[in-house]
Design a protein around this ligand. Structure first.
Ligand code: FCB
Length: 452
């Protein structure tokens, strides 16, 4: 039989507001950049939107009860900024009340909340055309105001707060590749956006420290890229280092190593002069955290030569290309390589040194419900192998404290709409019926045994 997980290891599930809540025009919620983007024809597969999503805004009690049935110990959810501040500035009590009820509902059920403040749904009135979006130095301060509202309102009940989810996606997919809201395609802007996201993070952490009770855990959730070279040739190894600067060290260096490196500035010099970094910014970004969240789905193999088709959403990476990783893939086309998670945990432990939570990991598939059940063996294998990869890291002494399956419910999967299903629980989007998949039952068993 497999080993037990360490005592206190936390079993969770993760979701995000725009992907599940629906009710976009209820309770005083204002529009977000994702409402605008998803309503732009052609932006999302099938022109799907989050208008209804999983209707979690109305069905949250049922969804929390499902978590209880599965034995879930912690729930990572995100707050919709435009629900709490519809214009990005003014507090909407009704929106705050929704999250207060949700948090109280979790605590009543013995489930620990992990609250993400920003999972990509910027209030529309703060966007590029309105107030500058993440290109503006003012938006980080609006984020601080918003963080303080939540810290004061819920900090007594929510002991774990994550500032940003995957700022890489907000910056590079939102401003350079155009795959995410607000859909811009200007490479240089991604660096400015990324810096202002970093600044928003740092300033919010400092502000939250003043209002949160002692012992609160403040973190950020990063989708760091686990990179491997296509060969041992020096040019492939150099290509990996180049991508690592842009994809990873753009966030890690100011948050944990004192500032942006000269190598990063040099490698992007043709795109940006970095004039958006002002004296003192890096010190503000580098404020101490209590833990780090890692979202992991797959590693990437990098070559100096264009060996694979498809672009790279890393602006400035014209010297590096994706190479194929042979072996199984998910329907997203993402290679399945659990050992990549062990490697990433080792790297983050070395470079960051904080306790780690794996805040997202899961598998997208075209799950079909047949006779009231969903047989998703592929997801069970994926989750099991990634949990084994965590155990492998723990055996090396790495402090991994928890695991959050992405995700509880099939949901609005951003630019992929509703076709790709990641849930432990199947959602019928015609009538909102929830059906446990085999993987949900399997995960409940793992939690109960505290071992695979
Ligand atoms: C991550 C996102 C999450 C979900 C998964 C599949 O990048 O944080 O919202 O879309 O990918």
């Amino acid at each position: 039989m497999s080993e037990r997980f360490p005592p206190g290891f936390v079993w969770g599930v993760a979701t995000s507001a725009y992907q599940i809540e629906g009710a976009v025009a209820e309770g005083g919620r204002g529009p977000s950049i994702w409402d605008t983007f998803s309503h732009t024809p052609g932006a999302v597969d099938n022109d799907d939107t989050g208008d209804e999503a999983c209707d979690h805004y109305h069905r949250w009690r049922e969804d929390l009860d499902i978590m209880v049935d599965l034995g879930i110990q912690s729930y990572r959810f995100s707050v919709a900024w435009p629900r709490v501040m519809p214009d990005g500035r003014t507090v909407n009590q009704e929106g705050l009340d929704f999250y207060r009820r949700l948090v109280d509902g979790l605590l009543e059920r013995g489930i620990r909340p992990l609250m993400t403040l920003y999972h990509w749904d910027l209030p529309q009135s703060l966007d590029v055309g309105d107030a500058g979006g993440w290109l503006s130095r003012d938006v980080p301060d609006r984020f601080v105001d918003y963080a303080l509202v939540l810290g004061k309102e819920l900090g007594d009940r929510v002991r774990s707060i994550t500032t940003l989810n995957e700022p890489w996606c907000s910056a590079y997919l939102g401003y350079a590749s155009g795959e995410h809201a607000p859909g811009l395609t200007i490479d240089a802007l991604a660096y400015r956006a990324a810096h202002h996201l970093n600044l928003a993070h740092g300033r919010a952490v400092t502000a939250l420290r003043d209002v949160l009770p002692a012992g609160s855990d403040i973190s950020v959730a990063l989708n760091l890229h686990q990179l491997e070279a296509a060969s041992e040739r020096p040019e492939d190894v150099a290509a990996v280092q180049h991508v690592d600067l842009i994809a990873n060290r753009m966030f890690l260096d100011p948050m944990f190593a004192g500032g942006y490196s000269d190598q990063l500035r040099d490698t992007t010099a043709g795109l940006t002069d970095w004039s958006f970094v002002r004296p003192g910014d890096e010190a503000e970004i580098g404020v101490a955290l209590d833990s780090i969240g890692l979202n992991f789905y797959n590693p990437s193999r990098i070559s100096a030569h264009p060996v694979a088709t498809g672009g790279m959403p890393f602006p400035g990476t014209h010297r590096a290309f994706f190479a194929d990783i042979p072996g199984p893939r998910t329907v997203m086309g993402w290679p399945i390589v659990p050992s990549g998670l062990t490697d990433l945990l080792v790297r983050v432990h070395r470079d960051v040194g904080l306790p780690i939570h794996v805040t997202e990991n899961g598998l997208g598939a075209h799950d079909v419900r047949v006779d009231g059940t969903v047989h998703d063996e592929e997801r069970i294998v994926y989750l099991r192998d990634h949990l084994s990869a965590i155990r492998a890291a723990q055996r090396q002494g790495i402090d991994v404290r928890g695991y959050y399956v992405w995700t509880l419910l099939d949901n609005f999967e951003w630019a992929w709409g509703y076709e790709k299903r990641f849930g432990l629980v199947h959602v019928d989007f015609a009538d909102q019926q929830r059906t446990l998949k085999d993987s949900a039952r399997w995960y409940a068993g793992v939690i109960a045994r505290h071992r695979l």
